[in-house]
Structures are given as structure tokens and as C-alpha cells.
Ligand binder design. Sequence first.
Ligand SMILES: Cc1cc2nc3c(=O)[nH]c(=O)nc-3n(C[C@H](O)[C@H](O)[C@H](O)COP(=O)(O)OP(=O)(O)OC[C@H]3O[C@@H](n4cnc5c(N)ncnc54)[C@H](O)[C@@H]3O)c2cc1C
Length: 304
Amino acid sequence: MNRQQAIIADLKYLLQGNVLADEPLSMHTTWRVGGPAEVFVMPVSSQDVAAVTRYANERGIPLTVLGNGSNVLVGDRGLAGIVLKIGAGLAQLDVKRNKIRAQAGAGVGRVAAAALEAHLGGLEFVWGIPASIGGAIVMNAGANGRAMADVVTGILAVTPAGETATLGREDLVFGYRESILQATPLIVVEALLTLAPREKDRIRREMEAGLAHRKATQPLAYPSAGSVFKNPPGQAAGRLIELAGAKGLTVGKAQVSRKHANFIINLGGATAADIYELINRVRELVYEKTGISLELEVKVLGEM
Ligand SMILES: Cc1cc2nc3c(=O)[nH]c(=O)nc-3n(C[C@H](O)[C@H](O)[C@H](O)COP(=O)(O)OP(=O)(O)OC[C@H]3O[C@@H](n4cnc5c(N)ncnc54)[C@H](O)[C@@H]3O)c2cc1C
């Protein structure tokens, strides 16, 4: 039995969720790129998450967490070790008064729809963001001047030792597309959101207006990961990319969108290497033109 087979046999014994070999990660990223995961796990409970983290930690096996894969660039050679996909198996929701308890794999759109039904405002901005609740909290996803930090009261997380930890909003140290979770090995399994009562029609109108704006300004017909770079203070990354003349720049099948220059789109059949090279070229062009060094918003996983 080789290492991969041994890990799979162990995890199938330990977990209730599915365990797969060589799962193509291009099926789990919105850019539709990424090679295979040596071992791919879909947990169905926080106990599953705890068992995997403890197992990987004790044996020194690399563990990578994926939510909906909408902010990651996974290398063409894939990822060694275990990829833990927090998705549909861990996606329960519970609405009580003005609070929503959501498991980390719940899609933010589903949570926003539940908030709408309960006449609760505060999550309108997530409508159209293809994130899981866990990924949205890790990234402090936001739009229109609002962000997850505004609604998160606390989370339940799993430590590498497989213990459960409770973190409050202050512990999460939210910033622009940042949280402490990006610098710790904690895995979010559940979140508590606090919302405010609001008229249903007003919530719906704001959600629809946000989505219409996205459709008008973003290249949603193509696979992408949303904004590739963070906006430097007081500047829009897309505007700087336009200024640098990089709109429409193409490497292989990856292209800087003509509709929104901070999006890199997969024209069909792009590789992670195409996208990564394009990212570097855009960075160089922007630096030459403006002296500003753009910082990546997307997370690069694996070798490029
Ligand atoms: C069309 C489009 C539009 C977008 N619009 C926006 C927008 O308006 N605003 C915005 O902020 N972003 C936007 N994004 C980017 C993206 O949706 C967000 O960054 C989102 O928060 C990522 O969530 P995810 O579940 O896909 O996380 P992933 O991409 O799967 O993961 C992101 C990071 O979080 C980690 N992670 C994920 N889940 C967990 C967990 N449960 N525990 C611990 N770590 C975890 C991963 O390891 C990775 O480092 C857009 C993307 C697309 C494709």
C-alpha cells in the first residue's frame, strides 16, 4: 500500500464523509484550474473536521482547506496531502430571532436568502459572491462598503490538535479582506451572525440592485476568482491596471478582463501557470507605470 492508499484507508475508517483519491481541483475552484488533490475529503460534521486535522497533524501530512474555491489559484500539479473541502456536507442553517447560526460550508447566498425570508438585513452585500460562509469570514469578504466583519459575532473553529475553539468578533482581527484566520491553522466550522430586522422589500431591492451592478460591471460569463489584487489604500486596483495598459492582456487562455481589469478570466482551457504568469506581468506593468506594488487578494496554493 502506498502513502496515498494508506491515508485513504485510515480516513475512510475514521470519517463519515467521503474520501477520494486524485480528485481534480479544477472541479472545486471558480477559475476551473488546479490539478488533483492527493486525498480529497468532504466532511459531514465538525467531528469529521476534528478527526482529519488531528490525523494530519500527528503524521505531519499537509492539510489544505477549501471553501467554495472562489478566491484560490491552485497549481496545475495539484496539492500533496489532504484537501479538506468544507461544503455541502457541513452547511446547516438555523435562524433564531435576529441571529443566524450557519455551518461553514453553507453558501453565503443561501444564508442571505434565509435572512431575507426572516426579514433580517445586513447580508444584502453578499448576494452574488460565490463564497462559503467559512471562506467569506476568513477573507472578510465585502462589497459596497460592507463586509463580513459587520455581521459576524463569533465562530467555532477546530485546532490542529482536533480541539474546538470559540472565537469572538474581536479575536478575529478583521481588516480589509483580512482576518487573523489567514495567519492561523484554525478551521472554521460554524459562525454566528447577528443581523437587524428590516423590511423584506427593502432587503430584496438592495440585493437585486447589487446583483444588477455585478452583472453590468463584472465578466460573469467566464470563470474567474473575482478581484485578483487588493485595492491599494485610496486607489482601485482595476483603474491602475487599466492605466498600465494591461486590459485585455492575454497569456495562453488567461486574459485580463476588458470589462473589469481586476478580474482575470479563463477563456476556456487556461492553466494555473497561464494565470500566474499573467498576474506577474500585470504586477510588473503596474509597478513600472505607477510605482505601486499590487498585493494579491487571491490565495496561491501549491507550486506554480
Ligand atoms: C464572480 C466573483 C465575484 C466575487 N466578488 C467578491 C466580492 O464582491 N467581495 C469579496 O470580498 N470577494 C469576492 N469574490 C472572491 C471570493 O468569493 C471571496 O474571497 C470569498 O470569501 C471566498 O470564499 P470561498 O468559500 O470560495 O473560499 P476559498 O476560495 O475556498 O478559500 C479562501 C481562503 O480561505 C480559506 N478557507 C476557506 N474556508 C475555510 C474554513 N472553513 N476554515 C478555514 N479556512 C478556510 C482557504 O484555505 C483559502 O485560504 C468574488 C469571486 C468571484 C468568483
